[in-house]
Design a protein around this ligand. Structure first.
Ligand SMILES: CC(C)(COP(=O)(O)OP(=O)(O)OC[C@H]1O[C@@H](n2cnc3c(N)ncnc32)[C@H](O)[C@@H]1OP(=O)(O)O)[C@@H](O)C(=O)NCCC(=O)NCCS
Length: 156
């Protein structure tokens, strides 16, 4: 069954806090941080949920009201049990459909091969790098997408 992709509602908060903990462990956002994200729904945050009865994935976007300002993809994750089944791609497609005419930026750890492959497949390209940005000295890679890229995956 393919999950439905829908906008988050207040009642998703608890499940997303738990799923974030499973997906990220220690660097997960706290319940307070998630609460702050949900408080901004309808202003400058978009949270999309992959729903299979329970949430199995999510993406968080910062969408500034000034359209010249870039959108930031703050977070995307899929339940470990559901990975490599296309859910991340479904979430990216739905997120980028909301970014018509906009530039989208994100930051990813250089060693995060799965996320890097996902982003490159959707047309994101590296525009800069923060060397040694993460604890342990790993680089942060800044990637950019612009609307002229195709929304479907680009096969390499
Ligand atoms: C990154 C992530 C969201 C991808 O979700 P997913 O549901 O597995 O992605 P999909 O199944 O839609 O895969 C789409 C494409 O991404 C790439 N990809 C995904 N996981 C990959 C992996 N482990 N290795 C190589 N490529 C990978 C592939 O190109 C894949 O297409 P394919 O399966 O046809 O080869 C998921 O791995 C995840 O939750 N990671 C932990 C959280 C994280 O690091 N988030 C990013 C930082 S916020």
């Amino acid at each position: 069954m393919r999950p439905a992709i829908r906008s988050a509602v207040t009642s998703d908060l608890e499940a997303l806090v738990a799923l974030d903990q499973i997906c990220f462990g220690d660097p997960a956002w706290s319940a307070e941080s998630w609460g702050a994200e949900f408080a901004r729904l309808g202003t400058d945050r978009v949270v999309l949920v992959a729903d299979e009865g329970d949430p199995v994935g999510y993406v968080v976007l910062l969408v500034p009201p000034v359209t010249e300002d870039p959108v930031e993809l703050l977070r995307i994750a899929v339940s470990p049990a559901e990975r490599r089944t296309g859910v991340g791609g479904q979430l990216m497609t739905a997120a980028l459909q909301r970014c018509a005419g906009r530039t989208v930026l994100l930051e990813v750890a250089a060693g995060n091969k799965s996320a890097g492959a996902l982003y490159r497949g959707f047309g994101f390209g590296e525009i800069s790098r923060r060397r040694g940005y993460y604890a342990g000295g790993e680089d942060a890679v800044i990637m950019q997408w612009q609307e002229q890229h195709r929304l479907e995956r680009v096969d390499e």
